[in-house]
Design a protein around this ligand. Sequence first.
Ligand code: SF4
Ligand code: SF4
Length: 494
Amino acid sequence: MTAAETRVYKLGEFHPFSAGSRRFLYLVPAGAIFELDAAAQSLIDRLASREASHDQLVAELTAPGFAATDAHELIAELYQSRVIVAGDPTVGAVYDRAVIDRTYSCDDAPTDFPLQTLVLNLTNQCNLSCQYCYEFGSDKVATPNGKPKFMDFETAKTSVDFLLDQSAGRRSVHITFFGGETLMNFPLLKQVVTYARDRAAGQGRSIDFSMTTNATLLTPATIEFLSENRIGVTVSMDGPADLHDKLRVFANGRGSYDVIEPRVRALIQNHRTRPITARVTLTSGVTDVIRIFRHLKNDLGFHEVGFAPVTTSPNRLYAINDRGMDQVLEQFHVLADEYLEYALRGEMHGFSNVSDTLSELCQGVNKSHPCGAALGLVGVGPSGDIAPCHRFVDSDSHALGHISTGIDREKQRDFLRRGHINSKYDCHTCWARPLCAGGCHHEAYVRYGDTGHPNLHYCDWIRDWTDTCLRIYGAISVHNPEFLRVFGERKALS
Ligand code: SF4
Ligand code: SF4
């Protein structure tokens, strides 16, 4: 008798879903999607009621006429894909203990991971006073007192050199310009683009650039520079004037919509080399997702629009309560249905919350950490302090080192160890963990005071949304698989 023939099988860990009149499994340990044919479906349905031995499964599969060799092959394939797992009754029917142990053993997080992205906070100053801003609002983690307000060229140059040194083996790396308001230090941005491009070219490598802005300082000359240099632009904008102006205000309380609207139109019209994205922060009273999407996409012409609920402690006035989150989800579903209709016609819809998840699914993402923070990505503040990402910049308690001396590997290791999915006990039985991995470290800190705490306040929401995206993926893969091709390369930065 072979080892396979002594096994007793039961179902592995997966999330089943249907799409395009087919059945699929989202295989959790692998973060992979598996489409079921009729024979696999009957085997899964059989094991759903109780475990079965190898011989029983073969007998039941062959009874309706399935060839015995095909039955053996199917069982082997499902076992290798971990759709089914097995134990050997002769040694106590321990179901794939090795697999379980490997999944949850807490390995030391890698600290020699090559950098991919550097977020340069060119300034910590902003000409708006958005009340929910994580940099200036009540939940801020930054401690900027006594530190420079604007990055200088020396610090920026050292940062670029650091990125190129620390990204060995990568042909292409990425710099994102951030603030405060990024364009308040536009002269430095221009210098960095020239310097970084020359340095990279000297090494036979390339650098891709992007930036985030509130759009108040965009001018024709700025737009021309951004377009000529293929700099991707994300505009922080919360919708039509009545919604945008609720919280995105100048220091005197005046809304910023009227100032940015003509500038955004000029940006979209004249920046010809990259798609322009709007990034919407949803807050209490600013949850009208569909109206916001229509305005930004159809009236203003953004190529893509992405939404994120505000990161805050739950007692702030602008925090979204559970009812608000449910309303957001309902509207996400409407846009997701629309997205699917577009995709089946081969057209881009522009709702980037779907596109970002499709990219992760196409790339088979299976995360040890929720994002690249302190792994393939770091942020650098005006002082040269290194932070896990842009949201922790200027925070003494989260600094991971300084650009002149490099990353403090012990601090990085501690951050990564706490943020590792294996450290998040509550997530170990969650099927959405390959994509969520516990959620944003910064949000976890603001909510729970620990960057390594899982964001348990909206797990049901995350699972519902992930299921929605899986079903969109499944339907597209059945009816228009070509459409998914572009997502293999796409990257998202939250
Ligand atoms: S935070 Fe919640 S949704 Fe995310 S992996 Fe953990 S349990 Fe799942
Ligand atoms: S998900 Fe959170 S911790 Fe990660 S890069 Fe984005 S803001 Fe930073």
